[in-house]
Design a protein. Sequence first.
Length: 434
Amino acid sequence: MTPPRARRPRAPAWTATLTWKAAVFIAVMCCALAALLGTLVHVSVTGQTVRDAREKALAQLGDVTRLYEAGEPLPPFAGLDPEGLPEPLRRLTAHGERGTMVADHQGRPTMWAAGPADGHALAVRVDHSLGAGTIDALDRSIVGSSILAIAATLAVGAAAVTRVTRRLHATAQVARRITAGDLDARVDDPRTKDPRRPQDEVATVSGALDTMASTLQRKLQSEQRFTADVAHELRTPLTGLSAAAELLPEGRPAELVRDRVKAMRGLTEDLLEISRLDARNETVDLAVHGLGPLVERVVRASGTDTEVRIVRDATVETDRRRLERVLGNLVANAHRHGRPPVVVTVDGPTVTVRDHGPGYPEYLLASGPQRFRTESGGKGHGLGLTIAVGQAEVIGAELVFANAQNGAAEGGGAEARILLPEYVRFEDADAPAE
């Protein structure tokens, strides 16, 4: 059996932010630039310091060589084959050449200069401690200055990037509000107000989002007004048509006319209800109800062969009329588009309506119910589930659509779950847990 592959540790979420990425980029670039400039300065100053020390040592070597040729005593810093002379210089003088080299002598940096003299190495040494100290001090200054420059650049860069990301977060928040249905939300970036003011990329995105939201709002409001106007205009002739149908003599033609008039009146009422839900000015009449008895009453009123199972009853604070509308539409949809048995289950504040038919179509599971888009078989006008979703939103309930995934013995089917906020009394909430 192949052992399970170990999961790679995931990086923290903040490492994916634009601020973090910008900070890392700025830090890397500053470090690279500081290293490059520091290296160039170090090489330049070191080369100049060594050249000055070499020229001084060679000048002293020339003076010592004249003293040696004149037979005069040599100064203390010079001598033939002196102790501590670097071996490369010994070999160089053995070939009759002159040279210089920096090496430690008695724990101090020293510039050596040597040349051939009667088969020996005539050498002088010049203390190089001052030059080496200058280079060390310069290196420390470069490192300290680089750290300060990197810190200052990071602070300024982080502040600049944070301003940009803050504006991006504000734009994303407005986009989420628009997605949730708040079509009045706008970014209102001040850079988009004045056309003479130059706009950056964030301002361009913000302006495009505001323009899109305004256009979408106008189109939706136009659609809502059209739906409401059509429903209101149909209501008056349908009322007259319904009254006229009641005057027809009894028979199959009259029954068909009354049935079609009833369907048209139902569609008109649905359109009016949707237009009210779209206006988002509905008021809620909250009261405390037992969920189990309320569900049983809705199922009895539907006149359908629906089984009710109460696993655990609960008390909810909701608008009874709107909740009954949601449950009634779900039960009617299950009988119209599914197959029996249809089961309504109450488990605490959750109500599940399930049938054993082909299940919900993919488009509904992906993006929710759509108006005037019928399900399998082409029956209905697609407004029942749309109204159920709207009324559930008004009463603060969550309506979830799914397809049952039980075994073959129980079959599949469509499953709608209503999650209601459970009502808790203050005395129950304050009582200690047993």
